[in-house]
Design a protein around this ligand. Sequence first.
Ligand SMILES: *Cc1c(COP(=O)(O)O)cnc(C)c1O
Length: 379
Amino acid sequence: MPHPLLDLAPLSAEHFAAIERQVASVMGTDADVIVMQGEALLPLEGCIRSAARPGSTALNVITGPYGQTFGGWLRDSGATVVDIEVPYDTSVSAETVRRALQEHPETELVSLVHAEAATGNTNAVAPVGAVVREHGALLMLDAVASVAAEPLHTDAWGVDLCVIGAQKAMGGPAGVSAVSVSARAWERIHANPGAPHRSYLSLLDWKERWINPGRIALPHAPAQLEMLALEACIRRIEETGGLDASIARHRATAAALRAGVEALTDQSAEGLRPYVTDARDAAPVATTLRAPDSLDARELVAAALAVAPSGSPAPPLAAGGGALGGEMIRVNHYGPDATPGTVVRVLSALAEALNAAGVRADLDAASTAAEAAWSGPEE
Ligand SMILES: *Cc1c(COP(=O)(O)O)cnc(C)c1O
């Protein structure tokens, strides 16, 4: 009997191209979209190495750990990098970007992260896009953590290079990802002698071997299972109310969790608080929390996971990455976890772990506040 995963008919070029068109629609773009065969860091690195010309100047907006990674690739590409870093519990303003561009008029590329799952903040892209477009630089956007959790209008916002992955709010696979490339971006990439060519990182290879001939023959064997999973997750989004409904679920989940946490404990340094101070800067994809000063976030997460009932899915809790691990708790309420049920499971587990650690937590008050703040579709 044919094996359901191993003995699939080959994925045709036509099918691959059809999936790319669906992805383009999710991204809000008519530009060229390429699905690349790797996790989103592949097109992100490919974009930077393709668009950052040696000797050029790039503005790197750092609102979390991904921005730091991009700065390293920009420098590796031979660009002079102007970093603008804002505290990770806030977001960048268009005015800050405007001032930086005025100080560095030679800037050719601006790199921005839309939402940061790792720090729980989100940046307003539309006003930044307008400033960058007026200046004339290319705008690259990492929309991995925003797509399907909040609106993403690649073309309307003037984004030249936009990267998404399916593993966050789309609830899809992590092994393929997509990038859109505007006509302006192709011009600059063609003019960049350092752009990768005959390389796994190359956008130009896809342009020459796949897009220009009319997407009739794939340059290499497609990641079949991942492509089918990508198509399936887009279909599931459509079948569950479409992108708008997905966005509404993520927003409602984030709002309910935030309200619940604010009612759970005293909102002083001795309590558990939202990490992103202004709710407008909080990403719908994931909510970050600041552990009480007396507790280590890693220990609180471990305790919360240990008390969670084994019959139901584990609450999507993790301690912050790297240096944030002691103080930050991440609640990854995305994709299939963007539900009121997740909010209840997270609040219950945290309440029990906090009470056990001697921090008074009022689960009833938190549940009432969360329910009142839930403005999304019913589960
Ligand atoms: C999740 C995410 C990525 C993808 O990186 P992984 O850590 O490998 O999942 C890229 N950019 C941003 C902003 C993300 O949140």
